[in-house]
Each structure stands twice: as C-alpha cells, then as structure tokens.
Design a protein around this ligand. Sequence first.
Ligand SMILES: [Zn+2]
Length: 349
Amino acid sequence: MNELIDHLGLLSNAPGISGQEIEVRRAIRPLIETHVDNLRVDALGNLIAYKAGQGTEGLRVMVSAHMDEVGMMVIDHTGEGDLRVATVGGIPDRLLPGLTVRVGDQAIPGVIGLQAIHRTDRSSVNKAPSIDKLVVDIGATSRDEAERLAPVGTAIVFATTFETMGSRCMGKAFDDRAGCTVLVDLLRGGPYPFDLVGVFTVQEEVGLRGAQVAAYAVAPDVAIALEGTLADDLPKDEADVSPTTALGRGPAITAMDRSYITPPRLLSHFMRVADAEGITYQIKQPGIGGTDAGGIHRTRAGVPSITVAVPCRYIHSPVSVLREHDLTACARLVAAAAHQFTPELVARP
Ligand SMILES: [Zn+2]
C-alpha cells in the first residue's frame, strides 16, 4: 500500500468534530515533526508547521487543510439514560437513524435509535425524523449513568473504519482528511523555494474559523487550501449529468466557489504545471461549497488564494469514497506547483 493511503487511513479513523480536533492533531504530529523546523498549536487548536525555504527571500506560502469533521455533540440526557444530540457541521437528519457511532474520548459504542417499522404508522414509515426526535443509546440505564459516561459537550463521530476496495477506498471524514494527507506529504517533501507554513486548521465545517485566525498570525503572501471535495458523479434523474467533480479525473482546482474567487494568475499556474507534468485535472464546477480559502483570502489586507481538492463521493455522511489515483495525483500536483512557485505569482501585475 502506498504511504499516502496509509496516512489517509490513519487520519480517517481519528475522531475530530469541530472544536475537538485533538486526536487528529496527535495523529498528524509524528508524521511531520522531523520534517519541519517548528511546530506549534495556537489558542484555537490549529497545528502550525513552519518549514524554511531555499531561494526566494521573504516569500511565505500558507497551505491549509482542516482537521475537523462533521459529527454530533451531546446536548442533554433523557430520564431513561439516552443522549440527546445536535449536529456539528452539515449532516442531513435523514442519514442518522439506525447508525452506529463512537461517543467521547473512550470511543463508547452507541446506536442512533430508530423506531421499529412495526410501531411506525404508514404515513411516516419513509419519512426521516428530525434530530431533536432522535436519541443515542449507549447502554446507560439512568440519567445519572448517561451524564457520567457522556456529559454535555461530549463529541460523537460515525463508527466507520477505513478500508480499501480495489482502486478506491472508503472511510469517514475524507473531507478533509484527504487534504490533511496531501499536506502531510507536502511537508515531508521539499524544501521549496519559499517558506512553507502548513496549517492543519480547526472548525472549518462551522465557518472557516481556524483558518481565519491562523492566517492572521501567519500573514502569508499567498495561500493554498487543500480539500476533499464533493464528487457527485452518480447517475441522476435530470438530463444534465455534468458533475461538480468526478472520481478518476484527477485533482479538482477551484476557479470560484461561494466563498472566494481564485486570482487568474494562480489558477493558470496550477493548470500550466499540471499540463507540464502530465497530471490530469478537473475544474470544480463553480458556485458550490466553500473552503478555508474563503476565510484566508479576507485576512489582514488580503491573501491571494486557491483551492486544490481530492474528489470524494458521499462527503458529510458516515462514509466517503475516493480513488487512490486522485489522491496521488493531487499530492503530485501540489508538490510540483510548489516547487515552481515564483514571487511574480504574488505580485499584482
Ligand atoms: Zn472540507
């Protein structure tokens, strides 16, 4: 198995909802610490890795990937010892009933309760209950026991274990552990012709929060956000089947999304490098989603930013699927583009 897939598996299995990314940070640290000059954690929990460059004096590039995943948080307990929960980040309620989960630091196994079909009236048998009607069962038999095992604020993640299947692999949180995997690879490589600041950010899923404060501290000249983005290449009912991105077509480069617009000189740099290196790539269809680049580019007096992503099916669900080829090609493209960075990419023409 290649190293990228090993790392993706390791990071995918780590639990880390927004605001509670400590296990992901713990998993990343040993992979990069001997390859960087300085490693620190800021007040919100961003892991910031500094790698000195060779060549261009004073050019600083921030490359970010978010550690947090969508999940749930305990908000209350029932008299019977079940947990009431709220989603953290965007998860449709209809996905939840019947799922198995892991609760808290001890990874206590749990089940999101589902009324048996026998007790469900016909009119609602195919309707999804909203999350405030669901409880998580962790085997506790009283409110006291539930409060002790999983107090308010406890994190809940999907109980999904990483697996490979042919040329693809599946696991939870590829958004954005795929990006974290590419950033780990970038930091293990180099040096580059500029100072590289790799930032594993927190709280992207709830509003690009970690990236914003990290970018303020780092004050980069230019930024690259690495992502696991949506691949909606499944059969559709409508006549138009052009997907946002598709598996197998290589890394997806963003020209524009809801959160920012890529400066044309950065976009053409990545496209030119991909062509020269023989890396097939796709342009993510505009107008959908947002990334850390949306937070970073508005920091201080502005930071030219771009997003490069690994297409992943079924993101923001218990399990996503990606192609090994797309992950490898994304890492190759980002490294090649970095090696060919010049100060002219930053300067306004
Ligand atoms: Zn993401």
